[in-house]
Design a protein around this ligand. Structure first.
Ligand SMILES: Cc1cc2nc3c(=O)[nH]c(=O)nc-3n(C[C@H](O)[C@H](O)[C@H](O)COP(=O)(O)O)c2cc1C
Length: 158
């Protein structure tokens, strides 16, 4: 099933490449997740098993599909980013755990079909949500945060 999903990607927004620091951050986030669930480095079957968790929403009882009108192009996705951030913050404030997921977008056509979405909806991401299982090892890891100096460049306007 997963091989089928990966072999025929039909995606609206998937990045063409994660270069430089973006690739580094992606890898370190991925390895921290694998380590937390006991998947050793290089264990390809383990990677696939963990990846497959995306398609059962990591056991969460609910999923929100975030989509944008095709005509809005990149700005539609930007608006969705603001919506996603507020969704995550509001849910967290209410004690509800969230998992933003881009993995579903590798088969955006199937997502549209399954949820009966119009052809002009572009799938930005999904958010699985529910009450967290604090004993699950995946909930024990936290990603690093890049320091402000790495993500903001200040210019002296004088
Ligand atoms: C837009 C977006 C898409 C993501 N897609 C996935 C995904 O498809 N699969 C996954 O396991 N994690 C994905 N992640 C990462 C996790 O949902 C989560 O953010 C990460 O584990 C860091 O959590 P933390 O910020 O609480 O440490 C995504 C994160 C974001 C913001």
């Amino acid at each position: 099933m997963l091989a089928h999903v990966e072999d025929q990607p039909v995606t609206d927004f998937w990045p063409k490449a994660y270069e430089g620091v973006y690739g580094d951050r992606r890898r370190s986030c991925g390895f921290a997740l694998y380590q937390s669930v006991g998947v050793a480095r290089g264990d390809k079957d383990g990677y696939r098993r963990q990846m497959a968790e995306n398609y059962r929403f990591f056991g969460a009882p609910h999923v929100a599909i975030i989509s944008s009108d095709a005509g809005l192009s990149t700005y539609g996705a930007i608006d969705c980013g603001g919506f996603v951030a507020n969704f995550l913050n509001a849910a967290t404030a209410l004690g509800v755990a969230t998992i933003p997921q881009a993995a579903l977008t590798v088969r955006s056509d199937l997502v549209r079909e399954h949820f009966g979405l119009l052809a002009n909806r572009r799938i930005v991401c999904a958010i699985s949500f529910g009450y967290a299982d604090p004993s699950h090892p995946a909930n024990g890891f936290r990603t690093d945060r890049a320091p402000l100096s790495e993500v903001v460049r200040f210019h002296d306007g004088r």
